[in-house]
Design a protein around this ligand. Sequence first.
Ligand code: AMP
Length: 261
Amino acid sequence: MKVFKRLDDWCLYRKSLGSLNTIGFVPTMGALHVGHEALMKKAIDENDISIVSIFVNPLQFNDSSDYEQYPNTLDADITMLEKLGVDALILPNEQEMYAQENKYMIAAEHPYLDIFEGAHRPGHFKGVLTIVLKLLNLVSAGNAYFGEKDYQQYRLIKAMAEDLFLKTNIVACETIRENSGLPYSSRNKLLSKDEHLLAEQVSKMIQQVNSQTILSIKQKLLKLGIKMDYLEIKDNRVFSAIKINAIRLIDNFSLMGADQC
Ligand code: AMP
């Protein structure tokens, strides 16, 4: 696997690929797990060349301690990507990604912008859309893969790509879950064993939510002492953000049956 730490090296390689190959791209923040792996497998299966980026984007963290404690498992990530057969990894640095004195940020208007994560993490989606647009421009992929685990993010990126006439097709991948139903997440790595067990218990309760059960499940979670930023239904989909001590975990699922991949 080729590893690019500098953007000019990346751009030379990208030029060498020309336009004959189809390119599949998976942007990530690292601390890779089975959920990420599913996106990469799809990118490998559906394209000639597969590209992954790892960049923990400071602009999308509204909480500096969340940014500082974000897990970093780069050596294990590289081993995983090599085993999977990913062709190239881009590891950009902050100086290069945000080099300009004048910063250009994506301002969006969309029904999914100011609710749930948008309401609880001010500036989060502005940071996400800005970095994703930069990465999509750098990679010029035919297909880019995003998880439904971050459903709001997926919807906003898909709408941005359409609205700005980007040439990359935005592909959704279903949420990959542990046996308990808890979605795989980089933040799970920050949970102690007991916290992980509690997260599984809470996840099982949240998966029982529908329009009839939502109030009683909210009460049960409050009784357990679980702090909730939100637990709501919108567009036949359950959205949740809860805290296990200091670790904030989000989830969502469709009430209409299987999510698409
Ligand atoms: P992150 O590294 O958390 O920014 O995630 C990179 C990509 O992986 C995003 O498109 C996420 O939605 C996706 N992702 C994260 N966790 C999962 C999961 N459990 N199942 C499927 N996709 C996921």
